[in-house]
Write a protein that binds this ligand. Sequence first.
Ligand code: UD1
Ligand code: UDP
Length: 385
Amino acid sequence: MDKKIKVMTVFGTRPEAIKMAPIVLELQKHPDTITPVVAVTAQHREMLDQVLRLFKIKPDYDLDIMAAGQTLFDITTKVMRGLDDVLTKEKPDIVLVHGDTTTTFAGALAAYYHQTPVGHVEAGLRTGDKYAPFPEEMNRRLTGCIADLNFAPTETSEANLLAENVPPETIFVTGNTVIDALHHTVQDAFSFDDDRLKQVEFGKKRVILVTTHRRENLGEPMRHVYRALRRLVNEFDDVEIVFPVHRNPKVREIVNEELGGLRNVKLIDPLDYEPFANLMHRAHIILTDSGGVQEEAPALGKPVLVLRDTTERPEAVSAGTVKLIGTDCARVYEETKRLLVDEAAYSRMAEAVNPYGDGQAARRIIEAILYHFHLAEDRPDVFMA
Ligand code: UD1
Ligand code: UDP
């Protein structure tokens, strides 16, 4: 093959890194046709580096933009400025961005200003509400406007794109790469290095795993959730809450105020992806406002109560493993309690379903790129749940 394409991946936060890692590894498997370039913005720092270490990814460029208390304006302008230089130097044939963060949108816009084609990984998820999640819904939509190739994880996300008149030949239904990443990490025999996790009596206690970070939940909504958790641990002796707390200082402050020092509540730093995935595997119930966790937990057969009013991931809600419960204190308490006392309700949600992927998403995405550049004859197969 005489033609070779340069494929630049751009990402910056923890979830983008986890979901782009399988793509970076897959790109490396095609040295005859693909020159991979990895540019990280480091919108997140420690939480990004944790993932880079796990997947042994050494970025070619690191914009190192994170600053405490950074605003959306800071992130957007720093990413644009930094990527201008990288794109000028590298002149990639295509830029891949992932999902819905500000790195995603600013990365896509920077590529567009260079008239470089954009591939959008995890395209087409929608809530239909431009302020929920904020600013992710708009980041994803705007990235979709720019994208030349759209890697929709599911048929639902494909349908969203078609409804917006995105040309069908630019859409590839691939599954979500998060399931590829999960296949790398979850093991029945996994043992935790972290001392605090070693102390958790998984056999004796029912572990509720909690994560929260959404901007629209900062402040009172988070307080409500944490007060519900306080009530639950006071009432159920056999329940232990394990809560890896996001590094956002605005989250940490409220968590410490509401849950600090409580018996049966373990507040820990964000975990590396490997222990976190294995912690999900051992948890009894998961409470979260995370996007990625909503996709992973159903694949592990764990009931998920989502601390949001809307979701762009309706597949697992339809399948019954995920329930949207919002952040009202009484509701969070009641819904969690139901799963603790009603075995039938628990079992109904704990059936493993996996609407999001089969571990082959990265392969399909690279095959689609090769097809687009006439380096492969056929479109990749379509992911079917
Ligand atoms: C960002 C994304 C959100 C994604 C989330 C995943 C945007 C606007 N938001 O939200 O879509 O769901 O990441 O976690 O793109 N911090 C650290 N160390 C880290 C990471 C963060 O100290 O490794 C602190 C910093 O003080 C930073 C703050 O957290 O200013 C917030 O980070 P930011 O990326 O602005 O927003 P997130 O809430 O993390
Ligand atoms: N995760 C992790 N360590 C943690 C908490 C979460 O590795 O302590 C992983 C989780 O498995 C998922 C991703 O981080 O793959 C989700 O990131 P986050 O909730 O920050 O962002 P979102 O998915 O909501 O954009």
